[in-house]
Design a protein around this ligand. Structure first.
Ligand SMILES: Cc1cc2nc3c(=O)[nH]c(=O)nc-3n(C[C@H](O)[C@H](O)[C@H](O)COP(=O)(O)OP(=O)(O)OC[C@H]3O[C@@H](n4cnc5c(N)ncnc54)[C@H](O)[C@@H]3O)c2cc1C
Length: 539
């Protein structure tokens, strides 16, 4: 099977590397233009990347050292309720069942070493998460019941994992060189350098696995219906393949020639960004182990710590935000140490109705983009790669793309809903936010949160099957962070003695977390000593 990937950004090199490594009897060629640069943003990622690089046999510490990446333990939403200094941190965590809770409690009680005990309390596997489906009672069902009975406080963050605490206190959960988390454990992700990550995939995975690299501008695309017949390079050379994958970002080099239908996300406000890289004043104070997503008068700002610099961007709406005020707010509050002039990026809020059709698949921003919030795009890229690889493995390039397309559409639509409710349920003041709130009322977004929480596609299993990336607990956590009344959220018929068990699990998790954190090193110091000590990368 001959596959041609168009585009040499992060999406292109991730796709080409993975398919070349995982599929047998496959030759992958990647074509990238010397004239069109990569987008140069996209630096906060989710646990999908952690899992993805681990599947490819990449040692995370090597990747971090070579690219200036740091550990990320969550996403911190600052000022989204009223703008009065409140924040809500979303760590990476997953629902579990009572049986799994009992198991980890039992094993954790078998040791007197608090670090090992805490590690055992976090010791879940993929299998355990899959058990917590929509019909069983999940951790969050017990949590809701305990909360309604006034037996726990509403600090959901600390309840079933220590990472919320480690983020708030800038701790690296490690003793000497032993981490609390495993590389495959789905409890941490990274801030990666957008300019270096694709390059890393190319050098350390793609080329060694045998990807053929062609640096040339694609001049013409010959199509017939929804199939690409061949590509013509500027040199006149023609390229043919069994399957073409469009990873050309907003350039949409292949799909723009095809007769494609789009779905538009008209209610989602953001379609523009001003972006800029920023130097640290003092990395010891300013480098944080979570993404900062800070609500502003006209939209919101992402502030992403890398080891040597930060990546920032002001996300706003060309319709509803005042661009002059955007530039002023951004410059005044975030760009004191700017490394360059801020750059404007715009996009259409849309996705393909069919991500795959004929002999063309679109992966990454060529396939669609809502906006950057919640670091969703790398997760969709990886979802696409995993399910494409599986489809090709079973059906070859003449696959029936129906199931693949449903998964990709569900994921995009779920992302669009999730990012939209961040705006529409806010109590912030001002014209932009008033407009958002009226959309939320009109579409009953308070109820939407409950429906999403109950939806089987938003369980870990649903996410694993490719239907979502924002799972059940996140919809509940949003309701709590945005101070909604959760009295009408559903709870199941739960026995009192089971509630006692979950309550003591929460207490044990919290106590051991605080106890261990006293001895955990500062996040920046750990990175400096254990990851970047002796590193030669320069900026
Ligand atoms: C403001 C902003 C912030 C973002 N933040 C995040 C984030 O925090 N987390 C996240 O997960 N995602 C984020 N994203 C998305 C993320 O940037 C992208 O998903 C990621 O960088 C992958 O981009 P890409 O590889 O699809 O496209 P690009 O990086 O644009 O690469 C396009 C490639 O196509 C090639 N090409 C173009 N035309 C031709 C041609 N004619 N012939 C041959 N080759 C061609 C180019 O040379 C280039 O190699 C963000 C996006 C934006 C706009």
């Amino acid at each position: 099977m001959k596959i041609v990937v168009v585009g040499g950004g992060s999406a292109g090199w991730m796709t080409a590397s993975y398919l070349q490594k995982k599929l047998s009897n496959t030759n992958v060629t990647l074509v990238e233009s010397p004239k069109v640069s990569t987008i140069g943003v996209g630096e906060s990622v989710t646990v999908h990347v952690t899992r993805f690089i681990s599947d490819l046999g990449i040692d995370e510490k090597h990747m971090m050292r070579e690219t200036g990446s740091v550990y990320k333990f969550g996403n911190n939403f600052v000022g989204w309720d009223t703008g009065a200094g409140e924040s809500e941190l979303f760590p990476f965590r997953w629902n579990i069942t009572l049986n799994d809770i009992k198991k980890v409690m039992k094993s954790s009680e078998s040791t007197n070493d608090t670090f090992q005990a805490l590690k055992l309390l976090h010791n879940y596997t993929l299998g355990t998460y899959f058990h917590a489906n929509a019909v069983t009672s999940r951790f969050t069902d017990y949590w809701l019941e305990l909360y309604k009975q006034n037996r726990i406080n509403n600090d959901f963050g600390c309840s079933f994992g220590g990472y919320d605490y480690f983020s708030k206190h800038e701790k690296m959960p490690a003793r000497d060189s032993e981490h609390l988390f495993e590389q495959k454990g789905l409890q941490h992700a990274y801030h990666i350098n957008a300019e270096k990550f694709g390059e890393y995939m190319k050098t350390h995975v793609g080329l060694p696995a045998g990807v053929k690299h062609v640096v040339a501008h694609i001049d013409k695309v010959a199509v017939s219906g929804n199939n690409v017949q061949h590509l013509t390079l500027e040199s006149g050379e023609q390229i043919i393949a069994d399957l073409f994958i469009d990873c050309s970002g907003f350039n949409r080099v292949l799909v723009k020639h095809l007769d494609k239908q789009w779905k538009y996300y008209d209610l989602n406000p953001a379609d523009s960004a001003m972006v800029c890289q920023v130097n640290y004043d003092d990395p010891e104070k300013d480098l944080v182990n979570h993404t900062l997503s800070i609500a502003q008068d006209q939209g919101w700002v992402f502030d992403i710590s890398l080891f040597h610099r930060k990546g920032t961007g002001y996300i706003y709406s060309s319709d509803l935000s005042n661009e002059q005020q955007v530039v002023k707010e951004y410059t005044d509050n975030f760009l004191a140490n700017a490394r360059m002039e801020p750059r404007k990026i715009t996009w259409e809020k849309k996705r393909l109705q069919k991500s795959a059709e004929g002999n063309v698949v679109a992966i990454g921003m060529s396939n669609g983009f809502v906006e950057p919030m919640e670091a969703n795009l790398f997760a969709i890229i990886i979802n696409g790669i995993w399910h494409l690889s599986d489809t090709l493995d079973r059906q070859g390039t003449k696959a029936d793309w129906n199931s693949y397309n449903i998964k990709m559409s569900d994921t995009y639509d779920d992302i669009a809903d999730f990012v939209l409710v961040h705006y529409t349920l806010s109590n912030r003041k001002g014209a932009f936010w008033d407009e958002m709130r009226s959309i939320g009322k009109q579409h009953n977004h308070k109820q939407l949160l409950i429906e999403k929480y109950k939806d089987a596609r938003n369980t870990f299993l649903g996410a694993g099957q490719g239907h979502s990336i924002f799972v059940d607990y996140m919809w509940l956590q949003l309701a709590l962070g945005w101070k909604l009344n959760i009295d009408n959220w559903p709870t199941k018929n739960i026995q009192n003695h089971d509630l006692d068990i979950v309550e003591s699990y929460i207490n044990s998790m919290e106590n051991k977390t605080i106890e261990c954190a006293k001895d955990f090193p500062n996040n920046y110091q750990y990175l400096k000593d254990k990851i970047f000590n002796g590193s030669k990368i320069t900026y």
